[in-house]
Structures are given as C-alpha cells and as structure tokens.
Design a protein around this ligand. Structure first.
Ligand code: NAD
Ligand code: MG
Length: 300
C-alpha cells in the first residue's frame, strides 16, 4: 500500500489529486458533522506528516472539530504543539476524533465545547485554554456560521445577528482576551474567505463578516506588532467541509461543489494545513498583515 503522506507529497496533477464533482446531495442540520460527509474530507488524518515546526507551542483553535480547523489542529499537533479546541456541544463526535489524533502524537488536547456567539463563553474559553495549555502562543479564529439565502428578504434579524456574533464579535472577544497572554513571537490567524473579495449573491451576511475579518486582521497586525505579535488571514475558496451541506450552500450547489474554479474541484482541508503551519511558525517571521489565498486557481 502507498503511504498516504508520501502520496500527498508526490508530484502530480493537482486537478486530479482529490475527489471531483459530482457529489451526492447530503443535507445535514447546521453545524453538520464531518463524519457524515460523503466522500469523507481529508483533514490529514493519514496524509499529513509533521517536521517539528511548532515544537512546544500552545495553540487555541476555534472550530477545530471539523474542516479547515481540524486540519490545522492535526497539523499543529504533528508539528509538536499542544492544542485547545473550541466547537459546539453537538459536534462532540467529530471533536472526540480530533482529541484522539492529537493525543496519538503525544501532545495535549484541551476540548472546549461551547457557543462562541456568547461573550461570556469567549472569555471563559480563553481562561480555560490558558489553564489547560499553560499559555497561548497561537490563536486561530476559524469558527464560522454560513447560511445561504437567495433573497435578502429571507435573512431574518436573528440570522444576521447570529452570523455577525459568530464570525465577527467572537473573533473580537476571543482575540482581546487572548492577547493578554500572548508573548512576542506569538501569531494570530483569522480564517477569511474568497467571499471577502468576490461575494456571492446568496451569502450577503456571511460575505459581510468576511470583509470585516480582512479589515480587522490588517488593522490589528499594524497595532500588535508593537508587542512582537503577527496577525494574518487565510482566504479559502471552496473547501469540502461540513459547513457547505449543512445550509452553507443549496444541495444543488453541493452536488457540483468546486466545479466553477479553474481546478474543477473543491479543496480538501489538508491542502490548507501547510499554510496555517507557516503563518503560525517562526518560518513565517516576516509575514504579518497579509492574506494567504487558496482558491483552486481563482485569484483573490
Ligand atoms: P466547518 O463547519 O467544518 O467548521 C466551522 C466550525 O465553526 C464548526 O465546526 C463549528 O465548530 C464552529 N462554529 C460555528 N458556530 C459556532 C459557535 N456558535 N460556537 C462555537 N463554534 C462554532 O467548516 P469549514 O469550512 O472548515 O469552516 C472553517 C472556516 O473556513 C470558516 O471561517 C469558514 O467561513 C471558512 N471558509 C470555508 C470555506 C469552505 O468552502 N468550506 C471557504 C472559505 C472560508
Ligand atoms: Mg464542525
């Protein structure tokens, strides 16, 4: 059998490296579970190999149970970091798998279930992460809510409020609380989106938050470099995660997910892991206030 980690590094055509549409319709209630997806996303479980780039670091990642956050969590643990993971209580089955994978590397996992749209939980989760990890060197603000609506008339105040609270306010609350504990050399990484640059007509509220994340990242980067802390954003194009079939897209769009980008397929979460590692590690020492795109060929 070919070693999946060696196979991922083998020179090959990126268009055919991972599953291509069409995909089956697969509706789930938000936030969705990665374990219920078909095909199963590749978060690096078998395919990511670490090289000690984050030896001894302490990382706090929101939305680390599934998708892009899970790929970052697995990669960080394999690079030598302990990881605190934030997720919604209903995502416990996904989170349990990530905890097991982190512990299999001999690293510490600190599970923090709760709702980040609540300010009080954001403060508590930072305190619990500091208590569990002994500090915070890396903060990844990655959790998000995405609900497609083709007509603005269907976006309720409740939806608009929840999307802004989850995607923007929580980033503000968690970052503000975490910065008190972050030493020089620490890094903050915010998950933005291609939606900040090319917003889709069905994602008015979500795209608004992603543009906000961009401005937040750039302003904060200029500010906190005075403390020796770098801040960057990652802007993914279409990635095969639970966010999409659980209301982020219509099921018709899930079927052909990724077909509109030049590579003709969605990205797999593991394909972003090296970017989160670079931006967190000392190898990224001169990179701050930037956005790293991974869009399958559609530039930002
Ligand atoms: P995902 O559903 O696997 O991850 C999002 C996570 O956010 C969930 O697992 C959940 O734990 C967390 N979350 C949502 N609401 C929460 C709340 N109230 N409290 C606590 N946690 C909450 O999907 P993903 O695609 O990996 O999303 C990760 C990031 O990537 C998001 O910021 C998303 O906007 C961004 N992104 C995704 C895509 C894509 O195509 N999948 C494209 C661009 C950007
Ligand atoms: Mg999830």
């Amino acid at each position: 059998m070919i070693d999946p980690a060696a196979d991922r590094m083998r020179m090959q055509d990126p268009r055919t490296q991972h599953p291509m549409p069409p995909f089956p319709k697969q509706p789930q209630a938000a936030p969705g579970l990665a374990t219920k997806m078909e095909p199963q996303p590749d978060h690096g479980e078998l395919s990511y190999k670490g090289h000690g780039r984050l030896s001894g670091r302490k990382a706090l990642i929101t939305g680390a149970d599934s998708g892009i956050g899970r790929a970052a969590a697995i990669a960080y643990a394999r690079e030598g970091a302990d990881v605190a993971l934030v997720y919604l209580p209903s995502e416990e089955p996904d989170a349990k798998e990530v905890v097991k994978l982190i512990e299999a590397e001999g690293r510490k996992a600190v599970p923090l279930p709760g709702d980040i749209s609540q300010e009080s939980f954001c403060e508590t989760l930072v305190e619990q992460a500091v208590a569990g990890l002994g500090g915070i060197d890396i903060l990844v603000n990655n959790a998000a809510k995405q609900t497609t609506q083709s007509d603005i008339a269907d976006i309720t105040n409740e939806q608009f409020d929840k999307t802004l609270k989850t995607n923007l306010y929580a980033m503000f609350w968690i970052t503000k609380a975490a910065l008190r504990f972050m030493p020089p050399g620490a890094a903050i990484i915010n998950t933005s989106s291609v939606q900040a640059y090319h917003p889709s007509q069905g994602l008015v509220d979500y795209a608004t938050t992603k543009a906000g994340i961009q401005a937040f990242t750039e302003a904060l980067a200029r500010q906190v470099i005075s403390k020796g802390i770098r801040v960057n954003a990652v802007a993914p194009g279409p990635f095969w995660t639970a966010l999409q079939p659980s209301g982020g897209q219509t099921q018709e769009k899930v079927e052909k997910f990724g077909s509109s980008v030049p590579m003709g397929r969605p990205g797999q979460p593991v394909e972003l892991a090296p970017v989160y590692v670079l931006l967190a590690s000392q190898e990224g020492s001169y990179i701050s206030g930037e956005t790293y795109g991974a869009t399958g060929g559609n530039s930002l």
